[in-house]
Design a protein around this ligand. Structure first.
Ligand code: PMP
Length: 354
């Protein structure tokens, strides 16, 4: 039922990818005058005058040990945002194909579709923020190429039911993309170990969240070797900088420290949820498997503006489907969370005196 070749855009199937200087030469040499780099060096270190490894072999080896999956199943992007965009460019014919999103969800699935002139169909999540499988199935037609499932979901914070995701994987003939950007904060199992069961599965993860490296821009796509080949064919040759590769390698040696941060953030999330729930202005704190909380308040616009006056920026999601009255609040440090609570208490006090 699933045929990768027939999903691909014709121009990508026919594409002869760019072959870089570093791709063409394998072996050892003393003099590299093949890539028009600056032979004298750079203002930083000599290393940076050279183009980086286009295949990021060392980073992928290190990551594959941490993730327990072979490097041939791994693609690295300039943030997961690049992993998202490449799927559109490889699989979706502009003006013809469509994709399905499950809003409220991460905004780039739709923005990237719009950039690539691809139709977006919306299967809005149900009241409990779970997938609406009946609606979703009705939206699928022969031009549906991708279904985006974000789990844990941004901005709702919940994980999608595993069985529902499996139903989609078993029945949709296009690609099912599961965005696990926040998986490290959840108790649920990742889907990356299920790749051999589902040839249509792409799992996205990122170094931007639990790993604390949003500034580096390093996203990952896990998929079958055939899908990873497509990714590699379409990507810009040197999409991951030398600095990012070096720093990621260093970070990957610090799994203990990262695990400590995850444990701390999960504990802080629980404490923050408890304190928010007690505030009169708060109507509901939704359960979260991520490093943020979706919080329904009496008047989202007023709370947002008040917090801003106190120097605190949260994300106003109140205009988003199913999120009326909701703010999305990232779990901060202990001190930041305390300041947030105090600022919200002051709002309650002001309201009482008004
Ligand atoms: N997916 C989700 C669900 C996100 O929330 C985000 C960032 N907000 C991203 C992907 C983007 O991650 P990256 O920094 O790797 O581009």
């Amino acid at each position: 039922m699933f045929q990768l070749d027939s999903l691909l855009r014709d121009n990508i199937r026919r594409l002869v990818p760019y072959s870089s200087a570093r791709d063409e030469f394998h072996g050892s040499a003393q003099i590299f005058i093949d890539a028009n780099e600056n032979s004298l060096g750079s203002p930083l270190t000599r290393w940076y005058n050279r183009y980086p490894d286009p295949h990021q072999v060392r980073v992928k080896e290190a990551l594959s040990k941490v993730k327990g999956i072979g490097p041939q199943h791994l693609f690295l992007g300039n943030g997961s945002d690049e992993c998202i965009d490449i799927l559109y460019r490889a699989f979706c014919n502009p003006g013809k194909d469509n994709v399905i999103i499950n809003p409220p969800t991460y905004g780039m699935y739709e923005v990237s579709a719009n950039i690539n002139d691809v139709e977006v169909r919306r299967a809005v999540l149900m009241d409990d923020f779970q997938l609406d499988l009946i609606h979703l199935e009705r939206l699928v037609d022969e031009n549906s190429k991708l279904i985006w499932i974000c789990s844990p979901n941004n901005p709702t914070g919940n994980s999608m039911n595993r069985q529902d995701i499996e139903i989609v994987l078993n029945n949709f003939p296009g690609l099912v993309v599961i965005d696990e950007a926040y998986i490290n904060f959840s108790r649920h199992r990742s889907f990356i170990q299920e790749l051999s069961d589902y040839p249509n599965l792409v799992v996205l993860q990122t170094m931007s969240k639990a790993w604390g490296l949003a500034g580096l821009r390093l996203g990952m796509a896990f998929a079958s070797e055939a899908i990873i080949e497509v990714y590699n064919k379409v990507k810009p040759p040197y999409n991951i900088s030398q600095a990012t590769q070096e720093l990621a390698l260093k970070a990957l040696e610090e799994t203990e420290q990262v695990n400590d941060m995850i444990r701390t953030l999960v504990a802080l999330r629980g404490e923050l949820a408890g304190k928010l729930t007690q505030l009169p202005v708060v109507r509901q704190v939704f359960p979260s498997d991520a490093n943020f909380l979706l919080v329904r308040v009496a008047d989202a616009g007023a709370v947002y503006a008040h917090l801003l006056e106190e120097g605190i920026v949260v994300r106003d999601r109140s205009k988003v489907e199913r999120c009326a009255g909701c703010l999305r609040i990232t779990v901060g440090t202990e001190r930041e969370n305390d300041e947030l609570i105090r600022a919200m208490q002051r709002l309650d006090a002001d309201a009482r005196h008004a």
